[in-house]
Design a protein around this ligand. Sequence first.
Ligand code: ACO
Length: 426
Amino acid sequence: MPDTARIIIDGKEYEYPIITGTENEKAIDTRNLRSDTGHITFDEGFGNTGSCLSDITFIDGEKGILRYRGYPIEQLAKHSSFISVAYLIIYGELPSAAQRENWRENIRREASLHTGMNSMFDGYPTRSHPMAILSAMLNSLGCYYPHMASNNRQQDVEHFDNAATLLISKVRTIAAMSYRTEKGLPYVWPRSDLRYTANFLHMMFSEPYNTYEPDEDTVEALDLFLLLHADHEQNCSTSTVRMVASSGANLFASVSAGVSGLWGPLHGGANAAVVKMLMEIERDGDDGTRFIQAAKEGKARLMGFGHRVYKNYDPRAKILGRAVERVLANMGRKDPLLDIARRLEQEAINDPYFVDRKLYPNVDFYSGLLLRAIGIPLDMFTVMFAIGRMPGWLAHWREVAIAPKQRIYRPRQIYTGQAKRDIEEV
Ligand code: ACO
């Protein structure tokens, strides 16, 4: 196999090395292309561009494979927990029993927020979207820990372990408080006797006069949701985190930008968009057939379908689809939206429009239905994704921050505007 690629421009040949990844992925190393040839590559949407080398997550979109640090997602989903997987993603190995307890304890200790932040929450009007509050508050959190958010790279890296523990813990408290701000409800403080996921549900749903006691199935299902969202290599929000980090910005500023990247309906916002779509289909008395036709005609988009990388089933969608069935069965409930989703899936995977374009259910197709089954309100769906994705953002920030060669992310462009012109004097 050749280990170089040759490019011929105006009859002149240039040779570029081929980089090979652990799983035999190939890339043409074009880092010297512009200085050699005066040309750049053009790849709108970056579908063919590797922006970094990374040790964290491997995806084979053609085969529907996802691994965190080498471990298949199916095995982690079956045998691990969100907190252990967060450790794995950040530090590269699953924690030993002692490391896990220590990690849990440190996270537990960081659950509460500085009371100064209360007045910030109070300043938002009710009905503010929790994603807007979450992004702003994560950046503001850095103001309470200036030594961890110094924008001095060496200093921020030295404090990374503390900052990461703090962010994994507090993102959940901020998320719950964002929801309560939106609804105009009093804030509920974390409990020291509850584990990560149960504590979040307590802060969301307990009242001063009524303690919410989540059942085990609900906690387990939400923990699985978080675990499945923990990282996904160079998606829009993670690339945003890496881009912001590459300028030397601190961890808090970088993950805050990640939340904004996640919010859009083509990315993390899709989990809420799927459920809204299913509700509309139900309201219109459609069994899904009309909607599929509209999607094929370009009049609608089948939310939760299609992916830039997966050209096969997203393995997370399979796990989540089964989890929704299990949770509803355990609760003795049915969800008509799940029936519609299953019908849409059956129609789409047998329809040439979707088959030819390799459009399959992605993580968001069933994740919203799972959140709905366990009682998470629609506006919080993408916030839940952000809590789950926090370990990935932290690990990617660290990868950028400790890279031996620090280089700001700065793509080029092809200018298509006006040619030079002069102001007309009157
Ligand atoms: N419904 C109908 N048609 C679709 C869909 C869809 N969900 N997704 C892609 N297509 C069609 C496009 O119209 C296009 O058709 P064409 O070739 O005839 O023009 C073709 O499939 C390729 O689509 P692109 O938009 O070029 O694919 P891209 O890789 O840019 O987009 C994306 C991927 C954004 C995920 C897209 O499939 C989509 O919008 N899906 C719905 C939103 C969604 O579920 N997002 C969550 C993704 S997972 C995540 O971020 C966590």
